[in-house]
Design a protein around this ligand. Sequence first.
Ligand code: GDG
Length: 465
Amino acid sequence: MGNVEGVTEPRPLVIAANRLPVMRNSDGGWSTSPGGLVRALLPTVQESKGAWVGWTGERDGVAEVIESEGIELHSVPLSSNEVDRYYEGFANDTLWPLYHDAIRESGYHSADWDAYVDVNQRFAVQVANIAPPGAAVWLHDYHLQLVPGFLREQRNDVRIGWFNHIPFPPLELFQRIPWRSEIVKGLLGADVLGFQRSRGARNFIAAAHQLLGATEIDDDLVHYQGRNISVGAYPISIDVADFELQASGRATRQRSAQIRSRLGDPEVILLGVDRLDYTKGIGGRLRAFGQLLDDGRLDPERHVLVQIATPTREGVEHYQDERREIEQIVGEINGRHARLGFPVIHYLYQTLPLDELIPLYRAGDVMLVTPLRDGMNLVAKEYVAAHVDGDGVLVLSEFTGAADELGEALLVNPHDEQRLQDTIVQAVEMHRHERRPRMEAMRDRLATATVGDWAKSFLDVLMER
Ligand code: GDG
């Protein structure tokens, strides 16, 4: 941390997130999961000799240090009961639905809360044990909202940042949580709080003021118990260059053409790609497609829908219900409109490898991204980046963070069934003279707002001295 001839070394960067960026191989070793976020942060962690802290995803695991990509990954073990109560319980049955406009009922169980407190404390102790002096600690997401406060009590020399990948709800919803003040107090232990949209930042500031009397002393600067906390919007993005590179290869083009032919060479391929989550609006989208077929506004011989629904949180009841409902809708629509050998909805409850997903994006003439609420939605950005041909139409819910940046998409309120149907028809019928300038504008904007830009803007504030 020495200051040599006016040159200040960057602080070592420690990342903590619920999950470590690795997966266990069949031989017991580990391989890195190569997401955009990992790629964006890894170089800084490597260069600064920092570290990564998180859970391996295994029940009843043990604490271990995994060497990967030249950095140390420190696992935080969770018992099976903690996975049920902290992860599936408080994080995904209490916070997740509430933070997404309470579109499903949240459970409020004190045993889940107690586990959340314990696990957050364990993360804080782990980070406190390994963070080099003066480190910058970047915490991620709703699983770890108490870590800033716990860490601050143990290590006053580190800078603490937290970024929320999902929406932060308005006070009217947030205040339902019996432990709302504890959560806000936990977050106020940070130096920098980042949100996807400015609305999330405003919602947090309102909650901090109302519940704990924190005051906003300047734009995006909150004062609480003698400290200032920077609160702002940092919209996340993707590794645009990497997507473009992968999308423009010959193998991708060939696979993309093959997919079209396998689907029976339809005039228009409509596409949905989502985790099978009730926030993503998959059911409403399928129903709109089915209604358009029923009404003869779409034609099963010319229009097909491919829906990839990736398995997720299968232990949580709301997700089991959602899957049953979606599969029933798919069955009903195919029952009415498929022909032998030609389903009108191609539904895959699977995780596709990236080298299959990208050709699918390229094959998709109309991308349907219709969440009821979504922090950002990277699928929308990936679709735009993959369309190196400058063509394709994006139908995008107003209730996503991505809608702030991708205004040339066909923006739609997914709760408005009639509008949703009309917008799908508009997308299907849009002339290339209108499609291309819209896609070009979105591609230009995306090129200047990559995941690297996102990481840099947050780190610039976090690394301050
Ligand atoms: C949270 C917030 C925010 C999906 N299916 C497959 C697959 N995916 C990949 C996509 C994309 C990612 O998963 C999904 O990202 P989203 O942003 O759409 O949504 P969440 O998972 O809910 O993410 C969200 C995000 O955090 C980042 O801050 O944008 O608002 O909810 O990258 O490509 N990837 C592969 N096969 C699949 O079948 N390989």
